[in-house]
Design a protein around this ligand. Structure first.
Ligand SMILES: O=C(O)CCC(=O)C(=O)O
Ligand SMILES: [Fe+2]
Length: 338
């Protein structure tokens, strides 16, 4: 997918000058071959990184390309058309924030805390309900259905290996990871005029069990490891898999929900297609470091925290003894508020 500028942008997007310099590094991200799914390597990577590059994933390049092209076309529509086309479940159009309700509606959208992104939110298991004769929407739906099946396949295989490695009771498998919860978010990050900026998406962890990202060649994603930010270099035909908060809780903190962020690039728009999968809403997650909780409780708490303070507190809320949460100057932590 090319990084050409697509227009028109949603309103309020300004090219601000607060170019925050991250600590950059070359791409050190570990790589996992899906064909081999080496147990020892996967354990090590989940423990030390919480994120890896997946190769040999079996998604036809043509499917990714067509989905990206289709999304590009949709993003290039006027904002009013995007709003009109994606105005009800299973899809939603949003911009300025990745903080969404479970049906994809932006929770907060203040000029103060505006991120340079717009997105399409898709509830995969409700896609068959998408009716209408619009040929673009129809082909978009078909592509998403096929893509969603691949995502569910990858997530299930990786998760089953991870569960085995952790020695978790196999009977929890369907509760701890439920394909029916799968959502896709397609993002367009609008470029900035000057130096690279962090205003794409602020540092956050995902609430998911697993997230699978498919990015174009522009770059901008960074992961946090050992007190520094590491650039994720875009490599065609590879996916980035990151562990989310639910995985961290299930592993009793043995595995990491990796902190990550997105920089918007000078002069180039970026597109990414991100899949998130969660536990069953009412399935109880048990581990010794946390009080038993359900994903539904977690999501509700995250949304309350974002509404009250503008930021996600996350897993700390469910620790046996919740650490003192400072109410002043919270670190913005908007991502994965699903
Ligand atoms: O666009 C990306 O590469 C990352 C998106 C992300 O981190 C999120 O939606 O939580
Ligand atoms: Fe994220």
């Amino acid at each position: 997918m090319s990084g050409t500028h697509l227009s028109p942008y949603p309103p309020l997007f300004r090219h601000s000058d607060d170019s925050l310099q991250p600590t950059l590094d070359s791409d050190l991200l570990p790589q996992i071959d899906f064909h081999l799914l080496d147990l020892d390597k996967l354990t090590e990577v989940c423990r030390d990184w919480g994120v890896f590059r997946l190769v040999n994933h079996g998604i036809p390049a043509d499917l990714s390309n067509r989905l990206q092209d289709q999304a590009k076309k949709l993003f290039s529509l006027p904002v009013e058309s995007k709003q009109a086309l994606f105005n009800s479940p299973p899809m939603a159009y949003f911009w300025g924030t990745p903080a969404l309700t479970p049906s994809g509606v932006a929770i907060t959208q203040s000029a103060q805390n505006l991120y340079q992104l717009e997105g399409l939110f898709v509830l995969l298991n409700q896609l068959p309900q998408l009716q209408g004769d619009d040929p673009t929407l129809r082909s978009f739906r078909l592509l998403l259905e096929e893509y969603g099946q691949h995502m569910a396949r990858l997530a299930r295989s990786i998760f089953n290996v991870v569960m085995r490695n952790l020695g978790l009771d196999p009977s929890l498998s369907e509760t701890y990871l439920s394909e029916s919860t799968g959502v896709v978010r397609l993002y367009r990050y609008t470029h900035c005029r000057d130096a690279n900026q962090i205003s794409g998406m602020e540092a956050h962890t995902d609430s998911s069990v697993l997230s699978i990202l498919n990015e174009d060649e522009v770059g901008g994603l960074e992961v946090y490891k050992d007190d520094r930010w590491i650039q994720v270099r875009p490599i065609t035909n590879t996916l980035i898999v990151n562990l989310g908060d639910m995985m961290q809780a299930m592993s009793n903190d043995e595995y990491k929900s990796v902190k990550h962020r997105v920089l918007v690039k000078k002069g180039e728009d970026r597109m990414s297609i991100c899949y998130f999968v969660f536990p069953m809403d009412d399935g109880v997650i048990q581990s010794t470091n946390y009080r038993p909780f359900t994903y539904k409780m977690f999501r509700t708490q995250v949304q309350e925290d974002i509404k009250a303070t503008g930021s996600k507190v996350g897993l700390q809320r469910f620790m046996h003894t919740e650490p003192q949460i400072r109410s002043s100057a919270p670190t913005p932590n908007p991502g994965a508020q699903r």
